[in-house]
Every structure is written in C-alpha cells, then in structure tokens.
Design a protein around this ligand. Structure first.
Ligand code: TRP
Length: 399
C-alpha cells in the first residue's frame, strides 16, 4: 500500500491555479463540496476567507454541496450544547451571505441526517492505517488546542469521515484553507485505494482536487493569529452597527500616530487597513495615505463605517430571514433530501463494487426500486415549503 503523500504546498498551489481556470471555462463539469463545523455564528474572517469564494463559485454555475459537519463538533468537546441553534445560525449566515438554496444547484445539509453518507465510513476505515491517522498534522494541532486529557477516537477518525463527506457526492473540487489540505490528501488516497481494491467496470470515486483560496488571512482584533469567536476578537456578521463600532474600538493598535501599511512590523494596524480595504475595494496603502497622522481613532472610525456599509445588505437579509423560522428548516430539509438521493446512489455503487449486494438481481434492479421507495418516503406534505422539495425528489438527479 502506498503511503499517504501529504505533498508539497507549492505543487498544490500550482494545481489549484490550473483548476481555477478550468472552473471558469467549464463550471458544470465540476462538483464542489465544502463545509463547516457548526460551532457558532460566522464572522467577517469567514466571509472574506471562504463564504465569498463559495458565492463566487456558485455564480460561475458550479453545483455546490455544503456539509454542516455536526458530528465533527463532538471530536474536541464533550457535549454539543446548542448544536441545533448553531446549525440554524450557520444556515442564516450562509444564505445572508449569498448562498442560494433555491437555485437547484446549491444544497446545504447536516451530515448527521444522511445515513448513507455515514455508512461509507465503515469501508473507508479499512483503507487507511492507524499510523497514517496518527500522523495527520491538523489533527495533532487540534489535539493540542483542545486541552483535553482524554482524546476520543473520533478525533483520529474524523478525517476519514470527512472523506465520506466529500466522496458521497463524488465531489471533484474542495475549496480549502491550508489546514484542511492533509484531510483532502487522505480523501484522495481513500478514493484511489477504493478504486484499486474494488475494481468494478469503472472506478467509483474521482480524486477530488483542492482549490486554495487567495483570500488573505484576517487576524483577530486583539492582534492574535486568527479571528475566532472563542477568542472574542471577531466582528460577527450578525452584529448590529453599534456592536460593530464597539468591538472595533477595542481593537489593538500601536503607539505610532502615523498610519502606514506594514504587515510585517505593524500587523495589527495592517489588519485593520486590510479589512477596510476589503470593504471599500481600495488599496490598503491608499487608505493609509489618506489617514496619515490622524491616528488609530481615525482608522477605526473609517473601518467601522466601511464594514457597516459593506455588511448592511447582508444584515438586512439576515434579519428578514430570521423572521421566518420555518424557512431555515425548509432549506435544511431540501438539502438533506437531495444529499440522501445522491448518497443512496453512491452507496449502491460502493456495495456493488465490493460485491455486497444481496437483494438485487443481476441488473441491480431491486436496489433502484429501493432507492425510489426511500425517496417516496422522504416526501411529506403539509407546509408551504414542501412542494419544491417534492419536485426535487421526483425529478431524477439534477446534477
Ligand atoms: N473540517 C472542516 C472544519 O473544521 C469541516 C468539514 C467537515 C469539511 N467536512 C468537510 C470541510 C468536508 C471541507 C470538506 O472546518
């Protein structure tokens, strides 16, 4: 068995750039899978780091599955309090930011509700070794950061589950930050090993490629490495304009009144300029030149105005969406329905490749009937949101 090659970063960047061009040329040839752990509301670091990129890909016409990795939340903590509310808030942020679950190409679903996806975990676990899982650098960091005495087995195994998140829909493109690259490399290895071990008429899984984001890393307002809700150094998408102003007032800067853009020597000031630049679409250097020696307070008021203005339409949409509780449930319901149809088909292929079909005739007839039957069970009537979902379930896979 060849070992997992965690690869060189430079080669990945190059491949990712080629992929970006191919996506622009022929978006419908690809399928994107992306996702998050539902640990709370999203902040501007998420918006500029990943959300806007997803919306851009959606705009190109690429089909997108967005997995809400609720099971993954259990890997570094003992309980998942508030999980349902966190999922709801996450979906609100997604839609407010521009993901469009009504377009027939964007599906948002929690993986806990797609049993056929979770079933892929079992054969996938037999395709990797313990030592490969123990070597995963991102998992090692998370174990350090969790501060837990006892590490549960889910922590070591979740990258394999993540492979199921990605492969259940045969995703070909996964937009990622650097920290997720080891997981994607493992996913590619699992796809390759599955295809090699269970040779059917055709390989079951494509090898998904990472699409690295060009987005700059947004630091926390306290000047620490990363904007993160748990460090209380973030500007939340759902904050009011006053809350935003208040939290920018607390941002760390330095003693020099003359504002310059110098990410190496003045990271905190540069980070605020960068945020203002992302909102105003002006160069950080120009903004600095404009503020000159008016100091940090001018910089902060400029940032507050520009962020509040930039987020105003998103926040308005978010407030509107919040009023209609049933709508988010409906979106999740549609996502699950679609994900299940796709996962059932993949699981049927996986079983066929493994020679583990015991209910079918030689043409796989019965399993198709079973899928149709399961789809029919998914149909429930009764509220105004369910009819488009009905249409989706009835139509053959759209993508
Ligand atoms: N591990 C990701 C995170 O911590 C979340 C995630 C779960 C994910 N499954 C995924 C990301 C599949 C991309 C693809 O944010």
């Amino acid at each position: 068995m060849e070992t997992v090659d965690y690869g060189t970063f430079e080669a990945t960047v190059e491949r990712s750039n080629d992929l970006e061009q191919a996506l622009k040329r022929d978006p419908t040839r690809f399928r994107v899978l992306t996702g998050d752990r539902p640990t709370g509301r999203l902040h501007v670091g998420h918006l500029f780091g990943s959300l806007e990129n997803r919306v851009r890909l959606q705009g190109l016409g690429v089909p997108i599955f967005v997995v809400i990795a609720d099971y993954q939340v259990l890997t570094d903590r003992d309980c998942a309090d508030d999980i349902a509310e966190n999922v709801r808030q996450l979906v609100l942020d997604y839609i407010a930011a521009g993901l469009d679950p009504e377009n027939g190409r964007t599906f948002i679903f929690p993986h806990s509700h797609v049993p056929e996806l979770n079933q892929l975990l079992v054969p996938f676990l037999t395709l990797v070794t313990n030592s490969e899982l123990n070597r995963n650098p991102t998992v090692k960091e998370e174990i350090q950061a969790s501060g837990q005495q006892q590490i549960n087995a889910g922590m070591y195994v979740y990258p394999v589950h993540q492979a199921a998140d990605i492969l259940f829909c045969k995703a070909t493109v996964v937009p990622v930050g650097k920290d997720q690259l080891p997981h994607l490399e493992l996913t590619r290895t699992i796809a390759r090993r599955f295809n090699a071990r269970f040779k059917g008429q055709a390989p079951v899984f494509p090898e998904p490629q990472p699409l690295l984001s060009n987005a700059p890393i947004i630091l926390g307002l306290d000047g620490s490495q990363k904007m993160s809700k748990s460090r209380k150094n973030s500007i939340m998408l759902s904050a009011t304009e006053d809350e935003t102003a208040k939290c920018i007032k607390t941002a760390k800067t330095d003693m020099d009144r003359l504002i310059t853009y110098d990410p190496v020597n003045r990271p905190e000031v540069a980070n605020l300029l960068l945020l203002a630049s992302l909102c105003t679409k002006r160069e950080p250097l120009d903004l600095a030149a404009e503020i000159k020696d008016s100091g940090a307070s001018r910089l902060k008021s400029l940032l507050t105005e520009s962020i509040n203005e930039y987020l105003r339409p998103l926040r308005q949409r978010r407030q509107e969406l919040e009023k209609d509780r049933g709508y988010i449930r409906h979106v999740i319901h549609m996502g699950i329905a679609r994900a299940r149809v796709v996962a059932q088909e993949t699981l049927a292929e996986v079983r066929q490749a493994m020679g583990m079909e015991y209910e079918t005739d030689h043409n796989g007839q019965q399993s198709k009937e079973r899928i149709a039957c399961a789809n029919a069970h998914l149909l429930r009537w009764g509220n105004k949101y369910e009819w488009p979902y009905f249409c989706i379930a009835l139509s053959r896979p759209l993508i």
